[in-house]
Write a protein that binds this ligand. Structure first.
Ligand SMILES: Nc1nc2c(ncn2[C@@H]2O[C@H](COP(=O)(O)OP(=O)(O)OP(=O)(O)O)[C@@H](O)[C@H]2O)c(=O)[nH]1
Ligand SMILES: [Mg+2]
Length: 213
C-alpha cells in the first residue's frame, strides 16, 4: 500500500517534469540539476563556471535551499539572473516547485543551473525537467560514496569531484572512486576540480560547451 502511494507521487511528479522540460526546450534552456551534500561546493562551482562561461553564453541559476537566500544573493552578485526557492523543510526540489518558480522567471536561451537542496539522497528520486543531472561531491566526503549512494551516481551525466586542492590532506583513492562510478554508469564523465585554485575546470567547462543547446 505504502509502496504504491510513493509510486503514484513519483509518477505525478514525472508528468509535471515532462511539462517543465517542454517549457525549457521552448525557451532554449539547457537545464542542469546540480545535486550534492550540504557544503560539497555546488554554489562555488556554479560561481566559478559563471566566471568562465558568461562571455560565451547566457547563464541563469535557480537555487534550492530549505531556508535563506544566501546562495541566490551570491550568484546575483556575479551579474546573472538568480532565483531562490525555499522548500521550508523539504529535502529536495520537485517538479511542481520548479513549475511555480519559472512562472515568474524570464527564461533565456543558454544554460540554466538548478542547485538542488544539499542532499545526496532524496533529490536523486525527483525529476524536475532537467536535461542532465550532475553530482557534485567533494574530496573530504570520501571515495566510497558511489558505493554507498549509488542512485545519484547511476543517474548522473557527469560527476564533479570538488576541492581537489585538499587531496594532499585526505586519504582519497581516486581509482576506487572512479571504478565505483564506472560500475554503475560507464558513460558518466568525471571531472576533478578546485573552485579555490581553478585546477581542472577546463574539462568541466568544455563539457558544458558541448551539451549547451
Ligand atoms: N578548499 C576548497 N574549498 C571549497 C571548494 N569549493 C567550495 N569550497 C568551500 O566549501 C564550503 C561550501 O561551499 P559551497 O559552494 O557553499 O557548498 P554548497 O554545496 O553550495 O553548500 P549548500 O548550498 O549549503 O548545500 C565553502 O566554505 C567554500 O568556500 C574548493 O574547491 N576547495
Ligand atoms: Mg549552495
Amino acid at each position: 500500500m505504502e509502496i504504491k502511494l510513493v509510486k503514484n507521487i513519483l509518477d505525478a511528479n514525472d508528468r509535471l517534469a515532462e511539462d517543465n522540460r517542454k517549457v525549457f526546450d521552448a525557451a532554449g534552456s539547457t537545464v542542469i540539476n546540480m545535486i550534492g551534500s550540504p557544503g560539497s561546493g555546488k554554489t562555488s562551482l556554479i560561481m566559478r563556471t559563471i566566471e568562465n562561461l558568461k562571455d560565451d553564453c547566457h547563464i541563469q541559476v535557480i537555487e534550492g535551499d530549505i531556508a535563506s537566500s544566501i546562495d541566490a544573493q551570491a550568484i546575483a552578485e556575479k551579474g546573472v539572473d538568480a532565483l531562490q526557492i525555499n522548500t521550508e523543510g523539504e529535502c529536495h526540489l520537485d517538479a511542481n516547485m520548479i513549475r511555480q518558480a519559472v512562472k515568474d522567471f524570464k527564461l533565456k536561451p543558454g544554460l540554466l543551473f538548478i542547485e538542488n537542496v544539499g542532499n545526496l539522497v532524496c533529490p536523486a528520486e525527483f525529476e524536475i525537467g532537467e536535461n542532465h543531472k550532475v553530482t557534485v561531491i567533494s574530496v573530504p566526503e570520501g571515495h566510497d560514496k558511489p558505493y554507498k549512494y549509488p542512485l545519484i551516481f547511476s543517474k548522473s551525466a557527469a560527476v564533479v569531484l570538488t576541492k581537489s586542492d585538499l587531496m594532499p590532506y585526505i586519504d582519497f583513492d581516486m581509482d576506487k572512486f572512479r571504478s565505483g562510478i564506472m560500475s554503475l554508469n560507464s558513460d558518466c564523465k568525471i571531472f576533478a576540480v578546485s573552485s579555490k585554485t581553478g585546477e581542472g575546470l577546463d574539462g568541466w567547462i568544455d563539457w558544458l560547451k558541448g551539451i549547451r543547446g
